[in-house]
Design a protein around this ligand. Structure first.
Ligand code: FBP
Length: 282
């Protein structure tokens, strides 16, 4: 028979994933992680109540955010069928450059539970000089969350001077695959990581995670919506479980057609062009 906490973990994971095992999750931690300038082109989205209302209305499967945003905009979730993932680590862009490779706890599992979260998340910058600190923090978050029956998501990002020196870029599939494997071996229930540039290489990342769902980390806004839809299409073709997307949603004046097109690609396997046309993006 399944242990009580396993039942809780599985039940809560289903608040993000539909029956097809895939999810589109909106990311909103940029005001902290990058700074409010990320919102300058679409300034009304600086207000979490405004943007969350739009993304929920468009049919998003889940929201990933920091504890304070979940508190400010908590009412947007009332009565809505949308998963809430509270991320418990971050860093500001104001830090000195050499300290940018570290994410620090800004909240605790108990805070996320009080906020009504369905999952908690923490980042590990694999290969960073601070890898040790983030590994320990992730282990602690995972252990506490799992005890309470909460899934734990790892934002698995290879990053740091050594990665740049040895592999040239943080999106090299060998390090992304390594990070995904390390996340799975640490007991993550969901992994969010970089696009590796091709379906074939992303499929290896998915294989390395050995059944733990791997979701794309959105990245900078693509000027052409088709470009981003193509990436997400290939993530799904590679066996990926969806995407966690921030800038490609909130940096659009009207984010709803993009969300609906992404949902078509993720859940209906629609070709990017077909999905874009159906939502008036082309
Ligand atoms: P995006 O889709 O905007 O890339 O959001 C995903 C995310 O992981 C955010 O959660 C986070 O704030 C940001 O990307 C990290 O970006 P960077 O790679 O610049 O550190």
């Amino acid at each position: 028979m399944e242990a009580y906490n396993q039942v809780g973990i599985q039940r809560r994971l289903r608040r993000f994933f539909r029956r097809d095992g895939r999810a589109l999750i909106f990311a909103m931690d940029h005001g902290f992680e990058h700074g409010p300038t990320d919102f300058e082109g679409t300034w009304e989205h600086i207000n979490p109540n405004v943007i969350l209302k739009k993304v929920i209305r468009a049919g998003i499967d889940g929201i990933m955010t920091l504890p304070g945003i979940a508190r400010i905009a908590g009412k947007q979730f009332h009565g809505k069928d949308v998963g809430l993932m509270v991320k418990l680590t971050s860093k500001t862009n104001l830090r000195p450059k050499e300290d940018q490779f570290l994410q620090t706890p800004l909240g605790f599992v108990e805070d996320a539970i009080k906020l009504g979260a369905d999952a908690v998340a923490a980042t590990v910058y694999w290969g960073s000089p601070y890898e040790d600190v983030m590994m320990k923090n992730f282990a602690e978050v995972a252990s506490i969350a799992h005890d309470f029956g909460y899934p734990v998501v790892q934002f698995s990002y290879p990053r740091g001077p050594y990665i740049n020196e040895k592999y040239g870029k943080k999106e090299d599939y060998r390090v992304v695959m390594y990070g995904a494997r390390a996340a799975a071996e640490m007991g993550a229930d969901m992994i969010k990581t970089y696009w590796t540039g091709s379906k074939e290489t992303f499929a290896k990342v998915v294989d390395a995670a050995s059944g733990v769902p791997v979701l794309l980390s959105g990245g900078a806004k693509a000027e052409n919506p088709l470009e981003f839809l193509n990436v997400v299409y290939n993530v799904i073709e590679a066996g990926g479980s969806g995407a966690v997307v921030g800038r490609n949603i909130f940096q659009r004046e009207n984010p709803e057609p993009m969300i609906r097109a992404l949902l078509r690609v993720i859940h209906k396997n629609e070709e990017p062009e077909e999905a874009a046309k159906a939502e008036g993006l082309l």
